[in-house]
Design a protein around this ligand. Structure first.
Ligand code: TYD
Length: 206
């Protein structure tokens, strides 16, 4: 595979989308072909699954929830991500398998190893070259979301403890794979974060 695969992770309200957008702009300006996408979603099937998993009114069993995220991911990788990487493009993604490990594996209590295995099976073992973790404490994330939202999705609506578990999970995941992760304090100014992301991304091209 000749392309480069970069993912952004973090709790709700961590500023992932802003940073993904700034990196996309910087790489595009430098002449690279960039595919920017997100999970859940990214394909027509994925968008339908996104609607179910985030906005379905009825109860979704945690295992069913984990499999819906994995199904969206399988479709996304097969239809969009792997072909782009094979063309030598850069893929920037808002959330990927570490979201499942943090939210479903740790915060929902399904088990990190099982949830990771399901995603690796779904994607035929596609791991990012770089994952930027924007570490945000649950209260700051909440406040930012509150300013930006009129309604919360099913995961965002979970209680404070759930989001505290998500944060701790992310830090634990990052610690087990330090060479893949860049961990940044999401409370830093946007420009400082963007500069740190660019420095690390540039190293991938060296
Ligand atoms: P997202 O659209 O990234 O929301 P936001 O941009 O507001 O952070 O993700 C929606 C929710 O889905 C988010 O609360 C995290 C959750 N999620 C999981 O629980 N597991 C997953 O595998 C993914 C991709 C997302």
């Amino acid at each position: 595979m000749v392309g480069i695969f970069i993912t952004f992770e973090g709790g709700d309200g961590s500023g992932k989308s802003t940073q993904a957008g700034l990196l996309e702009q910087w790489l595009t300006d430098a002449g690279h072909t960039v595919v920017r996408t997100r999970e859940p979603g990214g394909t027509a099937v994925g968008d339908e699954l996104r609607e179910i998993v985030l906005h379905s009114r009825g109860h979704i069993d945690p295992r069913a929830e984990a499999l819906i995220f994995a199904a969206s991911r399988a479709q996304h990788v097969a239809e969009k991500v792997r072909p782009a990487l094979q063309r030598g493009e850069i893929v920037i993604m808002d959330r990927y398998l570490d979201s499942s490990v943090a939210y479903q594996g740790f915060a929902r209590g399904l088990g990190a190893d099982d949830v990771r295995s399901i995603s690796l099976w779904a994607t035929e073992d596609l791991l990012p070259d770089l994952t930027v973790l924007l570490d945000v404490d649950e209260d700051t994330g909440r406040d930012r979301l509150h300013d930006a939202r009129t309604r919360y999705d099913r995961l965002e609506a979970e209680e404070r403890d759930f989001h505290a578990r998500v944060r701790a999970a992310y830090l634990e995941i990052a610690a087990t794979e330090p060479s893949r992760f860049l961990v940044l304090d999401a409370s830093l100014p946007v420009d400082d974060l963007a500069a740190a992301v660019r420095t690390r991304a540039a190293a991938l091209f060296a």
